[in-house]
Design a protein around this ligand. Sequence first.
Ligand code: NAD
Length: 361
Amino acid sequence: MNRKIGLIYGDGIGPEIVREAKKVLDAVCAKYGHTFTYERLLLGGESIDANGYPLTDETVAAAKTCDAVLMGSIGGDAKTSPWYQLEPSRRPEAGLLGIRKALGLFANLRPAYLYHELRAACPLHESIIGEEGFDMIIVRELTGGLYFGARKTELVDGVMTATDTLTYNENEIRRIARRAFEIACKRRKKVTSVDKANVLDSSRLWRKVVTEVSADYPEVALEHMLVDNCAMQLVRDPKQFDVILTENMFGDILSDEASMVTGSIGMLSSASLNETSFGLYEPSHGSAPDIAGTNQANPIATILSAAMMLRFSLDLDREADAVEAAVQKALSDGYRTGDIWSEGCIRLTTTEMGDRIAGAV
Ligand code: NAD
């Protein structure tokens, strides 16, 4: 199979971790007889340095010619990087919001999975984790809600007043709900839809539309949960969750909480999908400027993002399984990067971990 993949190396540790993910994809191609061609795309700080802007029309146009895009992370140290002297719309993060919007990436998927080998890193008590651990995926709406609504800061009766608007229409809710139910069908068949329906009109519409969509998926159990309760349940009993479906801002906060509960930010992948099979795949963590260029970063989140890309955009389930199994084997064999290292394990650099996983594929 021939496929074209866009590669955004990005900033900080981005180039180091994307290089390892590409190494693993090369191993997949060699084993299964595929040919992937790569096009390098600039985004974030790298694009500012080259073009003055964090996202250009060329990057968007080139991304549209790809079957999927794999990305490291963007951004730098806000205190020291000159990128943060620029006005907000020209900073690295604006490039990320811009490319999500330009490519219509409305569905953000973030798995939070506790590897048995990394249980010691989980900050929760053993009685909460239990024998089976937890395995959930957060499906977050990514292009609507508070982050994309109209906003203004103005003087009202002589008092500075800021306003942000939270808007959702039924079509936006319906399409993300469908994604969540489809994913649940391939998992443990449970969707927890998270909202604030006791206060917000947008949440009441959210609940109504999600309930309507659920009628098309009778095999999937649907429950509704208020966001404040969900924030508590994630640390009280994370095992109860399979698919969490929620709007943009709630998903932003809850997915970070879920990732912290696994204790291993360097292990967590993510995907942002549009209406077609196209997606942008990236680790959940940032560009870690504090360890950039030291060959210490954990490349596993990016490698698992590449596995998600194989599964969701390239329809290569067997190959995705092989990558996930190779990650599992590296952990079972006791190999760890510094962030997940514990007594008795073998400490590897970024490149050594990439070699191990590519070798296991
Ligand atoms: P961060 O995730 O980059 O780092 C937080 C801590 O986790 C640091 O100590 C870092 O060394 C460590 N860490 C992160 N990833 C790691 C990995 N793979 N291996 C080992 N250790 C790892 O978060 P931050 O410091 O708040 O942000 C740094 C920059 O990243 C900022 O510019 C921020 O805007 C950006 N950022 C980008 C994205 C993205 O590209 N989607 C997401 C979050 C943050």
